[in-house]
Design a protein around this ligand. Sequence first.
Ligand code: PMT
Length: 402
Amino acid sequence: MPLTGKRILVGLSGGIAAYKSAELVRRLKERHAEVRVVMTESAKSFITPLTLQAVSGEPVSDALLDPAAEAGMGHIELAKWADLVLIAPASANTLARLAAGLADDLLTTLCLATPASLAVAPAMNQQMYRHPATQDNLATLARRQTLVWGPAQGAQACGDVGPGRMLEPMALVGLVEQHFAPKAQPLAGIKLMLTAGPTREALDPVRFISNHSSGKMGFALAQAAAELGAEVTLVSGPVSLATPAGVQRLDVESAAQMHAAVMAGIDRQQIFIACAAVADYAPKTVASHKIKKTAADTMVIELTKNPDIVANVAALPNKPFTVGFAAETRDVEKYARDKLDRKKLDMIAANNVAMAGQGFNSDDNALTVFWPTGQTELPLAGKTELARHLLTLIAEKYHDTH
Ligand code: PMT
């Protein structure tokens, strides 16, 4: 029984799907999980605490400032007790409160106080689900590693049809089991370095040349590599992203600094992935004071070539398994294969950065991956999921050749 002894805190917020939560609790208990239930005020309009107490066999908590509850298992203790907090149903309002980091009732306070993983099963009207505010809140939560399970599509209690139905209890139980299942770690013991984000090439103390890379793809790869057991060093250009758990991060600004940071640590690495959008050229001179506007209508900036980091790594005598990226706007295969050969890479992941909704600074991407003897498509997906697929492929090809 994969859930034996696992401590699952099921949170209910207000929504018609709350009636399914009793079944969810029952199924988790059947699998020998320890389950505690926390309800918001509005959840109690849809299902009674007594029903959930009966199926969980434990008192249901619903108030933040309840002396009786604090004398037993207080809210901080409950937050520390949980191995997983699963909010099902998660209403639009509760998602908004979580995204804002509010602690205005027991459930949201627990979510801030718990070191456990948080999963949400959204349930709401399809129009509310599609609203940009809800989508932004879900994206914020996903960025903070909250697991978003569902919603399902279909007919809704209000008569609408569309996305917003809470996943069925057995589907949620399956996801809980998957969450606790031991993960395969094909990169255990492997040292992996990667570059991410843009570089900035200074013109003067206040101006620079850069690009639209957000670092999302590279950070997702760093997270996926750490999840697969690798010892990860992430060399990052200037981005505003949190460092994934267990990853060592080195911050740099320019291509020259990124090159120096990579070269200083590359001899210890078995795998290198170049995901950064490195500027190919930098201004030949950097003015020591702000460049002044002149009467002339044009200005010429002389540029000089930056070192090619991935090509330099691939040219090392004891080179690591080296993976490049190719950001192309046309003839993707032709240019990607050319980079694979010219830079002597083991693999290259090509993305079409001219396609809307993928590539630079978006949450999704699609890749065509080439290696000397083959290629495969990794279709459009969130960057976190895509990174897992790419790292699994890299692990497979690395082990084939080592
Ligand atoms: O950061 P995001 O917003 O999530 O966007 C992700 C991404 C689009 C930046 C990413 O998926 C991507 O395509 N990264 C590579 C961008 C790029 O610079 O591609 P390129 O085709 O110009 O370069 C080819 C390869 O050489 C890349 O691996 C690049 O890191 C490397 N390179 C390039 C120049 C240089 N001086 N040194 C390098 O190492």
